[in-house]
Design a protein around this ligand. Sequence first.
Ligand code: CTP
Length: 402
Amino acid sequence: MLQGKTVVLGVSGGIAVYKAVELLRLLVKAQAEVHVVMTRNACEFVTPLTFQTLSHNPVHTEMFNLYQEQEIGHISLAERADLFLVAPTTANLIGKLANGLADDLLSTSLMATRAPVLLCPAMNTNMYESPGCLRNQRRLIEDGYHLLDPVSGDLACGWQGKGKLPDPQQIFEAACSLLVTEDLRGVRLLVTAGPTREEIDPVRYLSNHSSGKMGYAIARVAAARGAEVTLISGPVALCEPAGVETLQIVTAVQMQQALDSRFETSDVVFKAAAVADYRPVQKATQKIKKMTESLSLQLEKNPDLLAELGRRKKRQILVGFAAETENLLANAQTKLEQKNLDLIVANDVTAEGAGFGSETNLVRLLFADGRQEELPLLAKDEVASRLLDRVAELLKKRANQA
Ligand code: CTP
């Protein structure tokens, strides 16, 4: 899959270095040419020999090693890269990059490269969430670096929380999506993601468990493939993707207004957001006090934003999502028809690995022409990639018909 691509794999010092070994194996298996650069601290965890044996290339560790500089100097490494991938990325390296500091081979090569850079932070959860580290990450995203969020779980330091390096397979898939060709250049793509919130009073709201990860993955991968992407996002805890225009909204009505402002000029719409179907008829101006034994809220229906787009669509390709807990295919088929969609992505949110907030998704695609396709359990970036492949085919077909 990665034949002809050169990946520079940077490894900085943390316990997760062992996962970089497996990541290297996956890259080599996909036929990428991989050159490894390790920091001194990384060498304390796993020896360069392991990386050298698996990459079939000398490992680079020293800035001023005459032999290594002569073999393939750090500038040449930076120039050769189609992708510069750093896993794990320590807080120290994040801090250096965010502030333009280069004091070793890895940070110098990173600064010298023009290739896309994918950083995979991994560290203690308090370090990850410290104001300085978060600020540095935001700065890196603004500077165009790609960051793969760490995952939550038991950390090597004995703590629990966000900070674990994702599985090598997930990093590999994120790397693949950055190495693909820009086949969506010139396509204007509108993506909605996350939940909407409908206010009850100044401190409470109605919402749902949508994490926004699927929609953000679509926006990120589409942008990497050259599309001009606008992301309309409900409140989520995700970083805005690099190179994507992101409009932050809260309610369904605000999402409707944002869609209205972009729909006419879009070629493709992915409606991945979980829009609240109902909102309170009245929003209390003051916090509702618990004066009574029971409380009834009167709700009114929100507009069905996707059905409205289905009525208005001319040349746009409309992709809907159906998150179901029962009768998956029948419900998805009804939505496909009733909302006048070209494609619906159906997922059973009760299935393992497919629920809200999960890093993976298990989906079935239903097309307007009756075709169906089942995808295996995949990381959300990879699901996004497959969906974009299908949409690229539909666009091509439409262009041929015109
Ligand atoms: N959708 C929308 N506006 C709404 C509700 C849903 O645009 N008010 C879109 C979603 O973004 C999704 C698709 O419609 O792409 C299906 O959403 P889903 O919540 O699965 O179904 P609903 O149409 O809301 O129907 P139900 O809740 O009865 O399953």
